[in-house]
Design a protein around this ligand. Structure first.
Ligand code: GDP
Length: 304
């Protein structure tokens, strides 16, 4: 499964620490804490897990299965937060706030290399397969290769793409994409944005400008603002994320590359530190490798 590496780590560094009949003392709890940290769950969440165990079982003889259940419950509670993540597992589009009338605009941001282009393609594929008419706005005008890649994806998916010359103001591409979507009666516009980090200040201003411009063309837009993070960067991705979340007005996270990392615990840290829900996870390089994020399923799969 996509979570294999994180799972293996939890098994060896956490689960296998406890044997039936053993006493759950402070030394064990400390080991447990270290194990949780290695999955990039973050200090706060790890402490919360350990605290719950201490309260429930501290200093007593422990059944490893009961410990495992307790961990699961704490993690689920953290991930569910205020309950806003209770979307319909049968409907991959349920986490998305759709416009009641006219095109829904979804802004997508993220630093170069995190998997932004691929994630946009996967989302466009989901939406198209669900019968939505999709327009891509190729706003990452600083990377000609990214625009070409997105164009290839659009051809495979069978959705439209609005692109302009390299170096064009990304906001103008975003506007044109929205405009085209209104003209042709499209359901969704996915707006790609630039992700070059060396000029962070400009990047944030650019994102704010894109939001203003989109909003001028389509009332209430953007309806969603998804930030793509790379799961393999673990905790490092979070500091990046907080910078984006203000400028882009993030409403959700797409956590790409969750396959191939033992840092899957970062999902928990993101929820804990940022308060923004992970809505989708990327689990491979193909169009179908995007999953709706479900706290229950995630925790059950992780602590199987
Ligand atoms: P961008 O620079 O942020 O637009 O990143 P790309 O979408 O071009 O992705 C960078 C690399 O990561 C590419 O080789 C993708 O195939 C790969 N990639 C993207 N998402 C995933 C994922 O969920 N899992 C895996 N294994 N690879 C991914």
């Amino acid at each position: 499964s996509a979570l294999k590496k994180t799972k293996d780590l939890l098994r060896t560094d956490v689960r296998d620490l406890f044997k039936s009949g053993e006493i759950l003392d402070e030394a064990k709890l400390e080991e447990f804490h270290r194990g949780l940290i290695t999955t990039d769950m973050g200090v706060e969440a790890s402490e919360e897990v350990v605290e719950s165990l201490r309260e429930e079982f501290g200093g007593r003889t422990v059944d490893p299965d009961a410990v495992w259940e307790n961990v699961k419950n704490t993690l689920k509670e953290i991930l569910k937060g205020d309950g806003s993540t209770n979307w319909d597992p049968e409907n991959p589009l349920s986490p998305l706030n759709m416009a009641t009338e006219g095109p829904t605009v979804i802004l997508v941001s993220g630093v170069n290399g995190v998997g932004k282009t691929t994630s946009i393609a996967k989302l466009a594929n989901y939406l198209t397969k669900s019968g939505k008419k999709v327009v891509l706005a190729a706003g990452d005008t600083f990377r000609a290769a990214a625009v070409d890649q997105l164009t290839k994806w659009s051809q495979r998916i069978g959705c439209e793409i609005v692109r302009k010359d390299p170096g064009t103001d990304p906001a103008s591409v975003a506007f044109a994409g929205c405009d085209h979507a209104v003209q042709i009666g499209a359901d969704v516009v996915l707006v790609d944005t630039a992700g070059r980090l060396q000029t962070q200040q400009n990047l944030m201003q650019e994102l704010e400008k894109i939001r203003r411009v989109i909003n001028k063309r389509i009332e209430g837009a953007p309806h969603e603002s998804l930030l793509v993070l790379d799961a393999t960067t673990g905790q490092n991705g979070i500091s990046q994320a907080s910078k984006f979340s203000d400028a882009a007005g993030c409403t959700g996270i797409v956590l790409a590359k969750l396959d191939g990392t033992a840092k899957g615990g970062v999902v928990v840290a993101i929820r804990k530190k940022m308060g923004i829900p992970v809505k989708y996870v990327g689990v491979g390089e193909q169009l179908d490798d995007l999953q709706l994020f479900s706290p229950d399923d995630f925790v059950e799969a992780l602590l199987e």
